[in-house]
Ligand binder design. Structure first.
Ligand SMILES: NC(=O)c1ccc[n+]([C@@H]2O[C@H](COP(=O)([O-])OP(=O)(O)OC[C@H]3O[C@@H](n4cnc5c(N)ncnc54)[C@H](OP(=O)(O)O)[C@@H]3O)[C@@H](O)[C@H]2O)c1
Length: 250
């Protein structure tokens, strides 16, 4: 009887993961702020024989997430799978203070608020798996997206470290770094999105990686190669390539 917790389940990748994971006997705990969206998903999951538990909560609020964890743990065993997926890209100046506060507050502290309250119970049970959704944008600062890239870079370092400390307790941790995925986040992107995939395809790839307990789940391949190359090139060269790509895109 698997217990699975997903944040950011009201749309996009989180919703697609919930739909793929729904099966009779599986308890899905879904977290997001938009109640109506969660309720619409609830209907679809019920039809698949997996009525979910809904938690309307803001991942930026540590008390609210503490309460979510307490509810989950009061109701049953610690999660077999915890997916910290909620995230934002932000609007406006992507390099300013407001963006840093808003985006790091959600994408970094929100992930901590999600994961940390479950750790004592998961450690005691010596089982379970955690997946944190980052982004390939974490490999290198991209034009006008400094805060978003910084948030995902922080998740790379934090999950690399946490994975080492969780391993002796038998808990696997995967960082998921997708490339472009068609969701509400990217729908209004004014620039081209190379190798873009659907949210359902992203969910399928994520679940294959989770199955393998892969430390990093990254896709699509050509985009992974591109960002890794950008990250190892000297900045004088990668800056030039990015400026060129930006000019071509507009
Ligand atoms: N789409 C892409 O191309 C792409 C690429 C790489 C990585 N990612 C990452 O994938 C994850 C999911 O994004 P998506 O593309 O599926 O976008 P999305 O459709 O906009 O979904 C974002 C989800 O996060 C939730 N969320 C945002 N802020 C929240 C908060 N403060 N508290 C609780 N929930 C919150 C939203 O729910 P509510 O608004 O209802 O709260 C929504 O369910 C993000 O971490 C994103 O950075 C996306």
């Amino acid at each position: 009887m698997p217990v699975i917790v997903i944040t950011g389940a009201s749309s996009g990748i989180g919703e697609a993961l919930a739909l793929r994971l729904a099966a009779p006997g599986t308890t899905l705990h879904l977290v997001a702020r938009r109640r109506e969206r969660l309720e619409a998903l609830e209907e679809r999951l019920r039809a698949k024989g997996a009525p979910p538990r809904l938690h309307v909560a803001d991942v930026r609020d540590p008390d609210a997430l503490e309460k979510v964890a307490q509810t989950v743990l009061d109701e049953g065993p610690p999660p077999d799978l915890l997916i910290a997926n909620a995230g934002i890209r932000g609007e406006g100046d992507g390099n300013g203070r407001e963006a840093m506060e808003e985006i790091l507050g959600t994408n970094v502290l929100g992930v901590l608020n999600t994961v940390l309250p479950f750790l004592p119970a998961m450690r005691a049970a010596r089982k379970g798996q955690i997946a944190v959704v980052g982004s390939l944008a974490g490999y290198r600062g991209l034009p006008e997206a400094g805060a978003y890239c910084a948030s995902k870079a922080a998740l790379m370092a934090w999950t690399d470290s946490l994975r080492l400390s969780l391993a002796p307790d038998g808990i696997a941790l995967s960082l998921v770094n997708p490339g472009f995925v068609t969701t509400e986040m990217t729908r209004r992107n004014p620039y081209p999105m190379p190798f873009v995939i659907s949210a359902d395809e992203a969910a399928a790839r994520i679940l294959r990686g989770i199955e393998r307990k892969a430390p990093r789940i990254e896709f699509p391949g050509p985009m992974v190669m591109m960002v890794r190359l950008l990250a190892i090139l000297p900045p004088s060269l990668s800056d030039r390539l990015l400026r060129l790509a930006k000019r071509e895109g507009h």
